[in-house]
Write a protein that binds this ligand. Structure first.
Ligand code: IMP
Length: 190
């Protein structure tokens, strides 16, 4: 997987430019070079880890090289962890305003963003790396940074939403930071 003696490289398969930029910022600190390929892969309905494993295996075999994929979602406790693995569909249908309606008069606003990185190669069994950040669902959308649910989510210890934080600030504590960091620590030691 070494490009040369000094630099590690990994290929990230995603169609989401926000995720690419976040991952680049995070991998810089580990001296891992990120190659990005926008390639579709089958996304089964299931736990985040299962989605990453299934998709990762498919892509690694097709491209005949090691790759990472990522699957993430927002899990809201008072909604029985909805939208969870339906996050993408719910963002496109209900949107943030729909989530706020579901949360009208709801006291418990605890939520988690979860991210799972799936590392796969053409031959070996895939590995997954989890990252979680806890926080609260705001009472209204705030901020223009980031994407999707970012304007709704206030991470623990902050009084601003992800949408109000810069990419660098979000990268310090996000679920993706944590899953990518778990992966990067393991990958560097391979
Ligand atoms: P994906 O299938 O991994 O792309 O993630 C599912 C959905 O979760 C995305 O389409 C977004 O709606 C949401 N999501 C994942 N990560 C984030 C994030 O960092 N901020 C806001 N929404 C996110």
């Amino acid at each position: 997987m070494n490009k040369n003696e000094d630099s590690l490289v990994i290929t990230f398969i995603t169609g989401n430019q926000h995720k690419v930029k976040e991952a680049q910022g995070i991998f810089q600190k580990f001296d891992i070079e990120l190659e990005h390929i926008d390639l579709g892969y089958p996304e089964i309905q299931g736990e985040l880890a299962d989605v990453s494993i299934f998709g990762g295996k498919d892509v690694a075999r097709r491209l005949e090289k090691p790759i990472i994929v990522e699957d993430a979602g927002l899990f809201i406790r008072s909604l029985k962890w909805f939208p969870g693995t339906y996050s993408s569909y719910v963002q496109d249908t209900l949107g943030n305003s729909g989530i706020l309606k579901l949360m009208d008069n709801v006291q418990d606003r605890y939520a988690e963003f979860r991210s799972v990185i799936g590392f796969a190669t053409p031959k070996t069994e895939p590995k997954t790396f989890l990252g979680v950040v806890g926080g609260q669902i705001a009472h209204q959308e705030k901020g223009k940074h980031g994407f999707a649910y970012d304007p709704l989510f206030i991470p623990e210890g902050y009084d601003k939403t992800f949408g109000e934080l810069t990419r660098e600030e979000k990268n310090e504590l996000s679920h993706r930071r944590r899953s990518l960091e778990n992966f990067a620590c393991w990958y560097k030691d391979l």
